[in-house]
Write a protein that binds this ligand. Structure first.
Ligand SMILES: [Zn+2]
Length: 141
């Protein structure tokens, strides 16, 4: 995925296009808001990233410009991670809707590369839900 040879337009696309693919293509366009698809696709994307620690996974998350993660709490069982400047920042608020499940699944896949137990990433807060930021709880079992 990293091999890009596009002379004029370079290696970036507008956030608007990413949002369209994410929220029209994978959220509105699929049954159950694409729940199963985003989980499968996100994990696969995460597994393709070369990361070896949670910190690595989080810095990749920022490198991919999905958002800026900050670890709020951590112990051997769980991490609580705040995401600032998430790709969803600025979208209209729809209480009851959280839209960053694919991005959480990317983290899940990335962590599964080096963590041999069962782990889950749950989206607990989302800008679109009306929260002040997005937040994930990473549970290590
Ligand atoms: Zn978000």
């Amino acid at each position: 995925m990293k091999k890009i040879n596009r002379k004029k337009l370079g290696n970036q696309i507008p956030l608007e296009l990413f949002r369209s693919i994410r929220l029209i293509g994978m959220y509105q366009g699929l049954p159950l808001n694409g729940k199963n698809t985003t989980a499968t696709v996100g994990r696969k994307i995460g597994q393709s990233l070369s990361v070896n620690t949670i910190e690595d996974a989080l810095s990749h998350f920022e490198e991919l410009k999905i958002g800026i993660p900050t670890i709020l709490e951590s112990n051997e069982k769980a991490y609580l991670v705040r995401i600032d400047d998430c790709f969803c920042k600025g979208l209209p608020v729809h209480p009851g809707n959280k839209v960053c499940d694919l991005e959480g699944a990317i983290l899940e896949g990335a962590i599964s590369r080096f963590y041999r137990g069962v782990e889950t990433v749950r989206e607990e807060k989302c800008n679109v839900n009306g929260d002040s930021h997005c937040e994930y709880r990473i549970k290590l079992l």
